[in-house]
Ligand binder design. Structure first.
Ligand code: GDP
Ligand code: ZN
Length: 322
């Protein structure tokens, strides 16, 4: 394994100099679990844990390592996990700020370019695109707009004009994720082993495009079945995928539903996200309990709406809503 394939370069090596002289090893977090991380290093992919010291100096949860972070590792003497001693300064950080949550959460770090995927079918929505753009700019990554499902576009010229007016200077690619040929325009964003992430609403075509860009089935690789020491199946949550053709794609569960989380991060105590979803419930007086066609429960099931946040949605607000 070569860390350069994961985006390790001379600038990062420079920032690492002090850690290197302390005998630490550089690595990149490729998977996050409840109790540990998977970290790619020059020699192998390792299991690593956060040190108590690092946990203590973290001012907020987003200071702790997450997927995409470059870290300084102390290898264990025996068979145990390595320890993450430090997180290198991030070139970008995609953060989830949820109304119900006090502490911002890191979704992924060191993403170079974020593809904002939007469908050119009936799903197209300019306000939503604007919110995604704000989110990407806040992260420090470079936004690229990928207008997908060109085959279903009713008015390509009109939509293109709208997007260009909204986001002057932002690269725009109109493609069909279903055909391999049309993704050729996106390949160069991976040059220099850069890291890409895809965001966009559910159904926009992110999984289809991810599979095309990886040249294999990301959904299948997303949940790798492996054996633990007792021979049982365990599920490993990989979130950073290397492309055979160079570069990497970060795809974490937290990236789904990002828009809903951040759309209302200024309002501390409202439920705009749930209200917005409820607009699509089959019944206008839906209580999101057991009614058929409930868009809110469907969003929870898809993972677009956090179960805990749904649970915190007050009963009173539910019944007086309409
Ligand atoms: P995601 O939720 O953003 O990951 O979206 P998916 O990748 O699962 O795609 C949603 C649906 O749109 C699937 O049925 C895809 O086959 C379809 N789809 C994706 N790209 C295209 C496209 O370029 N044209 C058409 N017609 N359908 C597409
Ligand atoms: Zn409902």
């Amino acid at each position: 394994m070569k860390l350069a394939l994961f985006g390790w370069n001379s600038q990062r090596q420079q920032k690492f100099a002090a850690y290197a002289s302390a005998g630490l090893l550089p690595g990149r977090v490729v998977g996050e679990h409840r109790t540990h991380f998977r970290v790619a290093t020059e020699v192998a992919e390792l299991t690593a844990e956060i040190t108590g010291r690092l946990r203590n100096i973290a001012k907020q949860r987003s200071d702790l390592p997450g997927v995409g972070d470059f870290v300084a590792l102390q290898l264990s003497v025996g068979d145990g996990p390595a320890s993450i001693e430090a997180v290198l300064p991030r070139s970008s950080a995609l953060i989830r700020k949820a109304a119900g949550e006090q502490r911002p959460q890191l979704i992924a770090a060191n993403i170079d370019v974020i593809f904002i995927v939007t469908g050119l079918d009936g799903d197209f929505n300019l306000q939503r695109l604007e919110r995604y753009l704000a989110l990407v700019r806040e992260s420090g990554a470079t936004p690229v707009i990928v207008a997908n499902k060109i085959d279903l576009a009713a008015d390509l010229a009109g939509v293109t004009k709208q997007i260009e007016t909204l986001a002057p200077g932002v690269a725009l690619h109109a493609i069909s994720a279903r055909t391999h040929a049309s993704i050729a325009d996106l390949e160069h964003y991976f040059d220099g082993n850069r890291t890409i992430a895809l965001i966009g609403s559910s159904g926009a075509g992110k999984s289809t495009l991810t599979n095309q860009l990886l040249g294999r089935d990301a959904q299948a690789t997303g949940e790798v079945r492996s054996h633990d020491s007792r021979g049982r199946h365990t599920t490993t949550h990989r979130a950073l995928f290397l492309r055979d053709a160079g570069g990497a794609i970060i795809d974490t569960p937290g990236m789904r539903g990002l828009e809903l989380w951040n759309a209302q991060h200024d309002a501390a105590d409202n439920f705009e996200d749930i209200e917005a979803l409820a607009a699509d419930c089959k019944f206008s007086n839906c209580r999101h309990e057991s009614e058929p066609g409930c868009a809110v429960r469907a969003a929870v099931k898809r993972g677009d709406l956090d179960q805990a946040r749904f649970a915190s949605f007050p009963r009173s607000s539910q019944s007086t809503r309409r």
